[in-house]
Design a protein around this ligand. Structure first.
Ligand SMILES: Nc1ncnc2c1ncn2[C@@H]1O[C@H](COP(=O)(O)OP(=O)(O)OP(=O)(O)O)[C@@H](O)[C@H]1O
Ligand SMILES: [Mg+2]
Length: 246
């Protein structure tokens, strides 16, 4: 697994005493986390706070109190200051996709390079062609399947190439070949990659996995042990009378 961090780098992602409300729900209350490994998995039940954590790191949500720092910058700093630091693949691709066609969407990832839109569209085509997907270039995004849209979102993120990549349920709509391909691409990515997933086998081998439970860190260690601890807890809960169907 490539090491993306050098000792002179600031901590990639740091949360200090974060309190976050979404609507009337207190999602985090005093969450402190230092995320400095190359590969980190994020697991936990529905509603545990995984997507909310990613939104905070990307600066999409502002904490009521506490701080979120990304590569030494406040996550709430101006977008221009955040360019190239962190990018997110949304749980729902339709929350991420802006443009009507695949090549335009991918070209958006290159929009800060100072080159013309036409040149960036050409480069997007080249990326697609190199993957045997050249025929997608002019396709309307709306005509792609959910898994294909997830694939486009991954390509867009890779082309933008931020220092930290947040993947929110990236495997959920992918077919088996797509999942295998994404596993390989995550393994060889040169960036810090943080993956939120319910499919534990994709993060079991990671150096660090965090189990979030109702907005709190329930377990935080190597992937194999945290996934096993979470699975054991789920197995116990499945034995409770309210979960049994016999
Ligand atoms: N837009 C919103 N408005 C109000 N509350 C929200 C909103 N989005 C999420 N929440 C609440 O915030 C909490 C954390 O939700 P979040 O989406 O972060 O969970 P998650 O761990 O990503 O869950 P999942 O596994 O289902 O994706 C939940 O209690 C949820 O109901
Ligand atoms: Mg989520």
């Amino acid at each position: 697994m490539p090491s993306v961090l050098s000792p002179s780098d600031p901590t990639p992602i740091q949360l200090d005493h974060v309190r976050l409300l979404r609507g009337t729900t207190t999602v985090f209350d005093g969450l402190t986390l230092r995320l400095n490994e190359s590969r980190i998995g994020l697991i936990g039940d529905n509603g545990a706070g995984k997507s909310s954590l990613f939104r905070l790191i990307c600066g999409l949500d502002k904490p009521q109190s506490g701080s979120v720092t990304v590569w030494g910058h406040d996550a709430q700093s101006k977008p221009a200051e955040r360019v190239g630091l962190v990018g997110m693949m949304f749980q729902n691709p339709d929350d991420q996709i802006i443009f009507p066609t695949v090549e335009e969407e991918l070209a958006l990832s290159l929009s800060t390079n100072g080159l013309s839109r036409k040149v960036n569209c050409l480069q997007a085509r080249q990326v697609l062609t190199a993957r045997g997907l050249g025929h997608w270039a002019e396709r309307a995004i709306g005509s792609l399947s959910q898994g294909q849209r997830q694939h486009v979102c991954w390509l867009a993120l890779m082309m933008a190439s931020p220092k930290s990549v947040l993947l929110d349920e990236p495997f959920s709509s992918l077919d088996l070949p797509g999942r295998a391909m994404l596993d390989l691409e995550i393994a060889k990515a040169s960036q810090q990659v943080i993956v939120s997933t319910h499919l534990l086998d994709h993060v079991r081998g990671f150096e660090r996995v965090i189990w979030l439970d109702k907005g709190q860190v329930r377990s935080d260690s190597d992937g194999a042990s945290v996934c096993a601890t979470y699975e054991a807890d789920v197995a116990v809960r499945c034995q409770s009378p309210s979960m049994r169907i016999d």
